[in-house]
Write a protein that binds this ligand. Structure first.
Ligand code: ADP
Ligand code: MG
Length: 278
């Protein structure tokens, strides 16, 4: 479980907190989508989960963050890396070696895994992520989508219980983005890994996540099942990119059409529309 208790964080030399009084519990196996406008604190929230906040960024902290029973303030980033894997926006910044296989081995070597286990895990993660054919390729020659898959494989190799991804598709073309998002769905469904995904383009993922969290000015302002969150007008008011089908359903409802339940996918939208009086 991930647990934030009255957690407030200020970056060094700043007057306003980047995270304000965060209270949040995420249970094992949940798929949680986090959205909110730029500067609302999404990346800061992610940085708490692998201990970059506060161990790397410094700053002032109030309250507590716990991940899989480990207090983030009291445990090293290495210790936390065994429980939680974090993937950032730009795959370029995460690459530390030349060859895909070496890249995946790197984290495990750092944590002192025995050689035989490293080899086994390389095979296994290449297979899970579907990039066995890239094993001996130069990481720098890969496409953005392939690099991001390597970044995900590198953290998966450590068998994390939680995977945190901060806008992992924002630099990718639509096809690679779709592949990454499908991979996350599979990791959550089949391996039971808890996923916390920061993503702007909600329509791509909202139909399979368990929960949607909206942040604004360092605070969590909405938290619930996507349909419940979209029932509220707050997300659109604060500039969240509410999926077009959700907007359509809400407009129809405002105009007096009997729209029950907000559709989250094209399929659901078709059903909703087919039920409207002709
Ligand atoms: P988001 O990811 O939602 O865009 P961030 O977590 O990056 O939001 O930022 C939240 C707030 O913290 C913003 O006001 C931002 O300017 C500030 N901030 C982010 N990173 C730093 C940093 N390294 N130093 C100082 N302030 C920062
Ligand atoms: Mg960010």
């Amino acid at each position: 479980m991930i647990k934030f208790e009255n957690f407030t964080f200020y970056y060094p030399d700043t007057r306003n907190p980047a995270l304000k009084e965060i209270n949040l519990q995420i249970h094992d196996g949940e798929f949680v989508l986090v959205s909110g406008s730029s500067g609302s604190g999404k990346s800061s929230l992610c940085r708490c989960l692998n201990g970059l906040i506060p161990h790397f960024y410094g700053g002032r902290v109030k309250g507590k963050v716990e991940i899989q029973g480990l207090n983030v303030l009291e445990n090293s980033t290495n210790k936390l890396a065994e429980k939680v894997g974090v993937v950032f926006q730009d795959p370029e910044n995460q690459i530390v070696t030349m060859e895909v296989e070496r890249e995946i081995a790197f984290g495990m070597e750092n944590l002192g895994f025995p050689k035989s286990l490293i080899l086994k895990r390389i095979e296994e993660t290449l297979d899970t992520v579907g990039i066995s054919h890239l094993r001996h390729k130069n990481v720098h020659e890969l496409s953005g989508g392939e690099k991001q898959k390597v970044a995900i494989a590198s953290v998966l190799a450590l068998h994390p219980e939680v995977l945190v991804l901060d806008e992992p598709t924002s630099q990718l073309d639509p096809k690679s983005s779709e592949e990454i998002l499908m991979l996350l769905e599979k990791l959550n469904n089949e391996l039971g890994i808890t996923v916390l995904l920061v993503e702007h383009r909600l329509e791509r993922v909202v139909h399979y996540v368990d929960r949607l969290i909206i942040m604004d000015e360092g605070k969590i302002v909405c938290d619930g099942k996507p349909r419940e969150v979209f029932n509220d007008d707050l997300p659109s008011k604060i500039g969240v990119a509410v999926p077009p089908i959700v907007k359509l359903a809400k407009r129809l409802r405002k105009e007096g059409f009997p729209v029950n339940g907000i559709p989250l996918s094209i399929k659901e939208a078709r059903i909703t529309l087919s039920r409207l009086p002709k």
